[in-house]
Ligand binder design. Structure first.
Ligand SMILES: CC(C)(COP(=O)(O)OP(=O)(O)OC[C@H]1O[C@@H](n2cnc3c(N)ncnc32)[C@H](O)[C@@H]1OP(=O)(O)O)[C@@H](O)C(=O)NCCC(=O)NCCS
Length: 150
């Protein structure tokens, strides 16, 4: 089940070991203050994955929501959890009246994520790779149409 985080729960930390509790609390606060959603996937009483949805998109694609920081616990991968998380986000976007939803993926590498997104119907946009984030990693945008054009 996909649930939206409202306050930081220390049990969520099973999914993140590189950031301090303080940083995670701040990140959740900032996410919510900007009107975005941080969703966590719970199954069989365990937290298995998460994703952040920016409902107003991103600089390069401001017309539809964007999924960021998709992550599934390493010991539970290849069991369809990311697919379920993405599908639940697509349903939430549709319920908000969005006709598309997007995400970005590393330009080089992360073939697992690229295979996943292609399999779920995401396509690369025509935009050239561009630097993103603090490290300026080159990324590519992908998009999926959720309902036919009017
Ligand atoms: C990418 C990630 C979210 C996939 O999560 P997952 O729960 O394992 O994905 P799913 O089980 O739903 O995968 C569905 C399909 O995607 C493709 N896929 C997923 N992982 C793959 C891998 N390691 N290699 C090749 N294909 C892969 C396959 O087609 C897979 O179907 P199959 O298992 O029947 O072959 C997970 O590996 C992860 O958290 N990685 C680290 C964080 C990350 O890279 N996030 C994406 C940022 S853009």
């Amino acid at each position: 089940m996909l649930a939206e985080m409202t306050e930081w729960d220390d049990d969520y930390a099973i999914l993140e070991s590189s950031l301090s509790r303080e940083k995670l609390v701040r990140k959740l606060k900032n996410t919510r203050a900007s009107g975005n959603s941080w969703f966590i996937w719970k199954e069989g009483g365990e937290y298995l994955g998460w994703v952040i949805v920016h409902w107003s998109g991103k600089k390069t694609e401001p017309d539809y929501p964007d999924m960021m920081k998709l992550f599934v616990r390493e010991d539970r991968r290849r069991r369809g959890i990311a697919s379920k998380i993405i599908s639940a986000c697509e349903q939430k976007a549709l319920a908000r009246g969005c006709d598309r939803i997007g995400l970005s993926v590393a330009h080089t590498g992360n073939e697992a994520a690229k295979a996943l997104y292609r399999r779920l119907g995401y396509e690369f946009t025509p935009r050239e790779p561009y630097p993103f984030g603090q490290r300026g990693q080159l990324v590519l945008d992908m998009v999926k149409r959720l309902k036919p054009e009017d």
